[in-house]
Design a protein around this ligand. Structure first.
Ligand code: NAI
Length: 206
């Protein structure tokens, strides 16, 4: 039976991935857990514990092979394959995300954008034309769309999410400030930028 990896470990993987990407780009071939620990300001034992969830990735004393570790973490995070995504809500946030090129580099391909505002239909974001909501289901089915990014107000988010569920979307990156109750087969990742800001505020207040 496969061991269940805790969400805490998974939430740390992207940071390891980013550091390894940097190391790899600067030509570093090997790194010990102590060196990685110093660089990332987490304990070496935390790093070893995290990596032990996946079999350890490297020989003790010899350090980790950066390229191997990078590729393995990419595989665990599903970054070794392409993910087609659409954005629903072509406002400020939706457009900003659509214009962000780095997602592509990580294998997230921006395939389409939708909005209910007739004034926005037909406008483009980085070469992608904003489509009307009536075309949502067909587009998802015909274009192998795996992820929908929700950048609409919370009022419409629940019913749009239900429509996404009915055409078997696999994941929702939810920026709308509402919790979505969807079948467990659909992965939802909620993002609230203001949570991070409130954390900063707390630390300023302390
Ligand atoms: P905006 O008003 O510029 O854009 C919203 C767009 O969604 C509009 O183009 C509107 O026509 C469209 N829309 C509204 N209801 C829709 C529906 N049912 N179906 C399809 N399209 C619909 O707003 P902005 O600044 O882009 O923010 C979008 C939402 O994201 C807001 O509700 C805001 O509260 C939220 N937000 C969340 C953040 C987070 O960290 N989670 C950060 C910033 C904004």
């Amino acid at each position: 039976m496969e061991k269940e990896i805790s969400q805490a470990v998974i939430s740390r993987l992207p940071r390891y991935f980013r550091y390894l990407e940097e190391l790899r780009l600067s030509g570093v071939e090997r790194i010990s857990s102590q060196e990685l620990s110093k660089l990332m300001k987490v304990t070496a034992s935390q790093i070893r514990q995290d990596f032990n969830n996946f079999g350890g990735f490297g020989q003790q004393g010899y350090g980790y092979n950066v390229e191997f570790l990078y590729q393995e973490i990419a595989k665990i995070l599903g970054l070794d394959r392409k993910h087609n995504f659409i954005i629903i809500g072509a406002g400020n946030l939706g457009r900003a995300l659509g214009n962000y090129l780095n997602f592509e580099r990580r294998g997230f391909l921006f395939k389409g954008m939708f909005d209910q505002n007739p004034d926005l239909i037909g406008t483009t974001v980085r070469g992608t034309t904003v489509m009307p909501m009536e075309e949502l289901e067909d587009f998802i089915r015909n274009n192998d769309i795996e992820i929908a990014v929700l950048t609409i107000p919370k009022t419409g988010a629940v019913s749009v999410a239900d429509r996404l569920a009915s055409c078997n979307i696999r994941g929702i990156w939810n920026f709308a400030h509402v919790d979505l109750n969807l079948p467990g087969t659909i992965q939802v990742e909620n993002v609230h930028l203001s949570d991070s800001l409130m954390k900063l505020s707390y630390n300023l207040t302390e």
